[in-house]
Design a protein. Structure first.
Length: 244
């Protein structure tokens, strides 16, 4: 994570801790956490990369896994440690994991890699610390959601008026700093899906399962205008297996 990105997350960690954890966010409660729990079930040793306040870590620990969780943001690590729940927490970045080869049979990264600059190094590190046959549970904001200048367009020129999703330059990797709410700025890096898939395959991480779920009811209920979003995935999930 570069210095600008790291500073933004330190400055705005409270936005994530308060707005997306402990039941505050319906996408986590209704979709991400149940999926993560099911996908990590039975894992012995789990590495949670970019753990935030540790909610997936606590879920995996409650299911019986031994969990080690890292995040490059001091504020997130501090809150995660305070909330406890079984995992061990440490400050580290994804591109230089402080663990021996083949230390884990499962790793999870949830909405993390779209903030990482050195993505190839991070993927190589995931593969290094996973044992052969280990699983990588990989959650991303769907790339169609993160293309620069993407968003809903209300077209009142046509009759009747139409609402549609404007897709930005999908094939172009691009970094943007977005104001996600008033006075809160977070850096995102858009990459096409193939960029991730090919980099993962180069390091022996092979797709077993891919999910593009519709947004959950709790998210759609937040606004009448969200009804049209039911046909567009906000989340992309891969289960990958280390094959070599």
């Amino acid at each position: 994570m570069d210095e600008q990105n790291e500073n933004l997350w330190e400055d705005h960690a409270g936005w994530w801790i308060d707005g997306f954890t402990d039941g505050a966010d319906p996408e986590y409660e209704e979709q991400i956490l149940p999926m993560a729990g099911a996908e990590l079930e039975g894992a012995r040793h789990v590495l949670d990369i970019g753990c935030g306040d540790g909610q997936i870590s606590r879920l995996a620990a409650a299911q019986g896994s031994t969990v080690v969780s890292i995040d490059p943001t001091w504020n997130c690590v501090r809150v995660a440690a305070e909330r406890g729940g079984g995992p061990a927490f440490a400050r580290a970045g994804a591109a230089a994991l402080p663990f021996a080869d083949e230390s884990f049979d499962a790793a999870v990264a949830c909405l993390v890699f779209e903030h990482i600059d050195d993505v190839d190094d991070a993927i190589a590190e995931v593969a290094r610390v996973l044992e052969l046959g280990g699983r990588f549970c990989f959650f991303l904001n769907h790339p169609i959601l993160q293309t620069p200048d993407a968003g809903w367009i209300d077209d009142h020129i046509v009759d009747p008026p139409e609402q549609y999703w404007r897709l930005g330059p999908y094939l172009v990797e691009a970094s943007t700093v977005e104001q996600v709410e008033k006075d809160v700025f977070i850096r995102f890096i858009h990459r096409p899906m193939s960029r991730y898939v090919n980099a993962l395959a180069e390091h022996g991480l092979v797709i077993e399962r891919m999910v593009e779920p519709s947004p959950p009811p709790g998210f759609l209920a937040r606004s009448e205008s969200y009804a049209a979003a039911a046909a567009f995935p906000r989340l992309l999930y891969f289960r990958l297996r280390k094959m070599r």
